[in-house]
Design a protein around this ligand. Structure first.
Ligand SMILES: [Zn+2]
Ligand SMILES: [Zn+2]
Ligand SMILES: [Zn+2]
Ligand SMILES: [Zn+2]
Ligand SMILES: [Zn+2]
Length: 306
């Protein structure tokens, strides 16, 4: 790579348009490209108003780091999305929320060191004085009771009707919660009371046509709606690729620990040895093999025996 010469002026204006769309690790990498980028980012507050922490930074993301990064928004932070940042504690979160009262979207999925008491404390601060918290995501946080869920809904102004009419939530698109640029008028929370086990978890709908028809028929007949395949990930096993329920179906053999319905399995490439398929998320575990690939299990045994 060419080293930037000292005659270079400030970065192209287009760069500033892109910055607010980047994840934190991308922003931090840009600050290390050259002095002019670093200075530009140091003086620009806009990229730091929406902070998304995902892989690969999540496992190292600590309270100290959180407070330091969030300080760059100078109190004007709008969105915090931290996924699986299991080192973040109530203290770190509250510190950031206290100094950034305008946050309106808070994603904390899988931040397992947070407690529900900490989350409720944060939401109380963010719904003070008519401020609206539009989105809250807390799936993966332990020991959330029905009362806690109701408290959160009450604070955010979510009523039962809104919960009922909300957009369908499909298992295979669960990660797209990060489409946080999308605006919605209704406040929303990512968890619900699972109709099967009664726990507060993320509850998924079924994208399978025949399941939807059945649910609609039940509704029309005013039967008590059974919604057999609506439920949390523990109650209703689902295909990793397409999200359909897979209870009584024949399954395809997966090389990862995920479930694959037969339809999806047929379409995915398979290990040349054992004929198992990887879901797309784990396809990186394939090792090259003439005419195809080997799954990690077969490739390990191939190296052992050669
Ligand atoms: Zn359940
Ligand atoms: Zn499938
Ligand atoms: Zn179903
Ligand atoms: Zn294999
Ligand atoms: Zn998988």
């Amino acid at each position: 790579m060419q080293s930037p010469s000292h005659e270079l002026g400030p970065p192209h204006e287009a760069m500033f348009l892109i910055l607010p769309y980047l994840h934190l690790f991308e922003l931090l990498s840009i600050t290390q490209v050259c002095k002019s980028f670093r200075d530009a980012l140091h003086h620009d507050i806009l990229p730091w108003l929406n902070i998304v922490v995902d892989k690969p930074l999540n496992s190292r993301f600590s309270d100290d780091f959180l407070v330091k990064i969030m300080a760059k928004a100078k109190g004007r932070l709008r969105i915090i999305a931290m996924k699986n940042c299991f080192r973040i504690t109530n203290d770190g979160l509250l510190q950031v929320i206290t100094s950034n009262p305008h946050i309106n979207k808070l994603y904390l999925q899988g931040c397992t060191s947070l407690t529900i008491e900490g989350v409720i404390g944060a939401v109380k601060l963010l719904t003070k004085a008519n401020h609206r918290l539009k989105i809250l995501a807390i799936s993966g946080i332990y020991n959330v009771k029905i009362e806690d869920f109701q408290t959160l809904c009450h604070l955010m102004g979510i009523n039962q009707m809104q919960m009922k009419n909300r957009k369908k939530n499909y298992y295979n698109t669960r990660c797209e919660l990060y489409a946080f640029k999308q605006e919605s008028d209704q406040p929303s929370i990512d968890v619900d009371i699972c109709p099967k086990c009664g726990e507060i978890r993320e509850v998924f709908d079924c994208p399978r046509n025949s399941c939807n028809t059945r649910i609609q028929q039940q509704r029309q007949q005013q039967n008590q709606v059974l919604m057999e395949c609506r439920g949390c990930f523990l109650c209703v096993p689902r295909c990793e690729e397409c999200g359909v329920c897979t209870k009584d179906d024949e399954l395809g053999e997966a090389a990862c620990t995920d479930i694959l319905c037969l339809n999806c399995w047929l379409q995915l490439p398979k290990c040349s040895f054992c004929n198992k398929a990887y879901c797309n998320q784990h396809a990186y575990q394939q090792s090259l093999y003439p005419g195809g690939f080997l799954c990690s299990y077969c490739s390990f045994h191939a190296t052992q025996s050669s």
